[in-house]
Design a protein around this ligand. Structure first.
Ligand code: FAD
Length: 417
């Protein structure tokens, strides 16, 4: 989809690029970025699916959008997306992906129909004092000074923000506002995070300000996003002939440089104790879209904190190797070696309803957690938690197999960064 003036170009098909049939495409990682890239290559660039290969070091696709049933730990998702109407590229992508659950519908149709029947809203955006819904929940409680600081940040040029933190551009009264509570817990900010990033979010999500307290702007899938978005997309790509190779680490991508251009010349892989080299032709394409916030994720439990491992191979090692040879690839250490400074709020996604949990959720939300409809519609944040902890309960069951597991393994899947 190409957006220009109006929608003249949005719905037209681009002409088939010359020579596309002679090219191959390789994707490092099977996160949403790679899966989307593969689909757009097939749909818009008319590349045959059989010319596309996706390498993934894990055993499942989806990257940050994974969904796992671990026999010991239970249902695990590393992230949950708050999606909204202005995800132009995402909706363009999923209009072309057949649903696995709803016959004769795309994933977008399925979500849209569901949203019309069961629109999202959040009846308990924040609680405090061990479970009382915050009073004046719709009031953003911003003082005149805080509003001026917000406007000033939006009007400051990025290059003038240097490496400033959020708490260097706002005063104390801003951080005690409901605006900050909602903003920080919705978009995962901490006072020590980057003011530049905060500014970008203000520009990108300014239309959310009027719905910060009820989250009616959000859109949710039927099940978790691994089952409702990733699995249909992978299934569609496979039906088009795309090759998925799991358990394969891309260790290095060699490049040659000519004036103004860089070319990948070789992909170096490691899988099952075997090294492999793939030569890349001058017309071939290599996409590396890794380096996201789940790259260093590890698992803990109620008694053991998740260990901190800044570089466990894969994404960071690949990026470091490439950047060591060519500094124009940036500074990966900035992102992977400062985990405490990149920490943000913690939230849990409740997946299994048992008799201990359901009455509490019903008292807070006024909604029946067994109804199958939207329950919290996004996070319910605990204002007086030192971690700004929060929880979400999406439509239940959140995993298709959840009912079968009921009474079994676990109560919640956490998404923690
Ligand atoms: C808790 C949480 C909340 C979020 N909330 C939102 C939200 O509300 N709204 C929103 O829009 N987004 C949200 N996101 C962000 C969104 O999930 C990510 O931006 C997106 O999924 C990243 O996709 P990706 O393909 O770029 O990377 P990833 O999903 O990280 O995929 C990269 C893949 O590459 C693989 N890989 C990496 N290196 C190698 C290698 N060398 N060899 C082989 N394989 C490799 C990895 O295993 C992984 O599968 C959230 C993310 C998290 C974690």
């Amino acid at each position: 989809m190409y957006r220009s003036n109006g929608n003249f170009e949005a719905y037209s098909r681009p002409p088939k690029p010359e020579g596309v049939g002679d090219r191959r495409a390789y994707f490092v990682g099977s996160g949403l970025a790679s899966l989307a890239g593969a689909l757009f290559l097939i749909r818009d660039a008319q590349m045959p699916g059989s010319a596309i290969t996706i390498f993934e070091e894990l055993d499942i696709p989806g990257g940050s959008m994974d969904g796992i049933l671990d026999r010991d730990k239970g249902f695990i998702i590393r992230g949950g997306r708050e999606m909204e109407a202005h995800f132009e590229t995402l909706w363009d992508l999923f209009r072309s992906v057949p649903s696995l659950d709803t016959p004769d519908a795309s994933v977008l149709d399925e979500m849209y129909w569901l949203h019309k029947r069961d629109p999202s809203s959040n009846p308990c955006r924040a609680i405090h004092k061990r479970g009382s819904v915050l009073p004046e929940v719709t009031d953003l409680t911003l003082t005149t000074k805080s509003i001026e600081e917000l406007v000033a940040l939006a009007l400051t040029r990025e290059e003038d923000l240097d490496d400033k933190r959020i708490d260097e551009v706002f005063s104390d009264e801003f951080f005690s506002s409901n605006f900050w509570l909602y903003w920080a817990t919705m978009f995962a900010f901490e006072p020590w995070a980057s003011a530049t990033e905060m500014r970008r979010y203000i520009m990108r999500f300014v239309h959310h300000i009027s719905t910060l307290s009820d989250l009616t702007s959000l859109r949710f899938t039927h099940y978790n996003q691994y089952e409702s978005l990733i699995l249909p997309l992978v299934s569609h790509l496979k039906s088009q002939g795309v090759t998925f190779r799991y358990g394969v680490i891309v260790e290095d991508v060699l490049m040659s440089a000519s004036v103004g251009k860089k070319h990948a010349t070789q992909i170096q892989l490691h899988s099952r104790d075997q090294d492999e080299r793939i030569d890349v032709g001058p017309k071939d394409l290599v996409f590396i879209t890794n380096g996201s916030i789940t790259e260093s994720s590890t698992y803990g439990d109620n008694d053991t904190p998740a260990p901190v491992i800044t570089d466990r191979g894969g994404a960071w090692s690949l990026w470091k190797r490439m950047a060591a040879r060519d500094r124009s690839f940036g500074r990966p250490e900035t992102f992977c070696e400062n985990i405490p400074e990149a920490n943000w709020t913690i939230s849990a996604t409740v997946t299994l309803l048992d008799d201990r949990i359901a009455p509490y959720i019903e008292r807070l939300t006024g909604r029946d957690p067994h109804s199958g409809a939207i329950i919290t519609g996004g996070p319910c944040s605990i204002q007086d938690s030192n971690w700004l902890y929060g929880f979400t309960m999406s439509r239940q069951p959140h995993f298709a197999s959840q009912d079968a597991e009921k009474g079994g393994l676990n109560l919640q899947a956490q998404h923690v960064s």
